[in-house]
Structures are given as C-alpha cells and as structure tokens.
Design a protein around this ligand. Sequence first.
Ligand code: CP
Length: 309
Amino acid sequence: MNEFYQKDIISIKDFNKEKLEKIFTSTDKIIQLNSTDRREICKGKTLGYLFYEPSTRTRLSFESAMASIGGNSLGISDISSSSTQKGESLADTIRIMSIYSDALVLRHPLDGSSRFASEISEKPLVNAGSGTEEHPTQAIQDLFTIKKEKKKIDGLKIGIIGDLKYGRTVYSLLYGLGNYDVDVRLISPESLRIRSDSTYEIKKRLDFTESPHIEDHIDELDVLYVTRIQKERFPDEEEYLKVKGSYVVGLDLLNQMKDDSIILHPLPRIDEITADVDKTKNAKYFEQAEYGKYTRAALLGLILNKNGF
Ligand code: CP
C-alpha cells in the first residue's frame, strides 16, 4: 500500500526527505502522463474544499488538479454564503463535507484548525493554510520548484525575505528545507523576525542566520524567496505601516544577484517585487504557481489510490 493512502496532510514536519522525493517523483509522472491516462487517476472521486479565508492559487490549483486527474470538486469558497452564517460550527461543517467528498481541503484563520478538523473528518484532510502556522502543500510546491529550476536542493544558499513572523508559507518551507543540506539566510525587519516560539523547532532542523540587510547576502544567494507583508494578520495598523514596503525586489537588486539565481514568491504579490522583474529569466514565481497544480494532483492521486498511480 502506498504510504500516503488515506492520510491527512497537516504539517510538513511529518515529511522526511524520502516522502518528499516520492511526491516529486509522482509529480514528474503527472507532468509526463498524457491527459487521457492522467484522467484515470481519480476518476469518479470528489474533492471537497472549505476556504474560511480568501484564496486564488490554492483553491483553484486544487480544483484544477482534481479535474486533471479525472475527479471533481465541490465546496465553499465564500463562507458568508454557507450555514456558518447561521452559526454552524466548523466541526459540523467538516462532518457534512466529509459525507459528500472523498478528501477534504481546509483553509482556516486559526492555528490548529486543520489538526482539529482532521480528527473530526471521516475522510483524509489536507491543510491549505492554518492561521500563521503552516501551509504544507505550498512548501511541497516550493521545494519542487527549487528542485526543477536549480536541479538540486542540497548545497544551495537560500534567502527568505519579508514577513517571517506571520507568513505561514515561511514556516512550512523552513521545516521542509530541514530535510536538506542548505544554507538559509532569513532577512526581515526586526519586528517581523520568525516567532520565538518556533525558533527552537526550526533550529533543530536547520542552521540559519538572521539579518535585516538584504545587501549583506544578495550576491551569494541561489534562491531568493520573497514574501508579502501579511497586513491582515497585524493586530494594529500602525505596526503594519511601520514595516510596509520594507523590501522591494527590483532590477537594481536583481542585478546584484548571481546570474543563475532564481526569485520565488508564494504570491499574492503586492509591491515587494516590481513588475519589470517578471520578464527576467530569474523570476520563477509564475512557474512556481503552475507547479502547484502538478504537486497537488500528485498528492491527491497518492491519497486517494491504495497502490498509488
Ligand atoms: N500562495 C497562496 O496560498 O495563494 P492563495 O492565498 O491565493 O491561495
């Protein structure tokens, strides 16, 4: 039996290198299969999604992934049009969705929400973003992008810049990178450094340096992972205004980078990468979004097929 069959995907901490590489191999297979064979993988299966927070890429890439492997999707993307408005609990909503679906995808603003929901759900549940805590399928897509674009992960110098306090993709990426031999530089304003309650957990997995100065690292990096300042998670707008626009990656900064370096971003982007960077060979964030469809198709194919595909 394949090890992902009927398994919840809650935290990237549950993935060792072997498991990640298995998903990458399955993703390559998804990319190589012709569309007719691909549609056999989850023929007749249903994915249920529940998004209590806005999403463009994650929800649509899950839907697109499920359609590409022959399944269908149903769900709630606008929670204000659901019975949550009448007071229905997350637990009951999950119970109902798991009756109608073979697997569930949940995005929710609270830390711990996916873990809680997975204990209620009769069907495997995939965390599509839980509070400021984690976004594990984004990390799988990020690691796959690095591997595809740089042909390796081990040995790379990786800078992660921006909102490291509230950006959940950062935590999942760091836990995932902990499986590889990488040199990580964390670059943020002082007030947006990684949360102290997670530092110990991250330090157990990998070494990193912290600095507010991108200039100290820019010419050494193989990968620059840019993140948005998460305005919606600041308790106080004044605090947000103090750090808004702290870093802007433009052509001036790109020109200081190694010729073969790549720039990633989980997106959405606001103003932290200028539009003129998009057309350079180093900008890989739109490819990264495309890989998200394939990594999610592979993951769903593995979760929903006893013997894989
Ligand atoms: N990267 C990401 O999670 O994007 P969305 O919020 O649009 O899903």
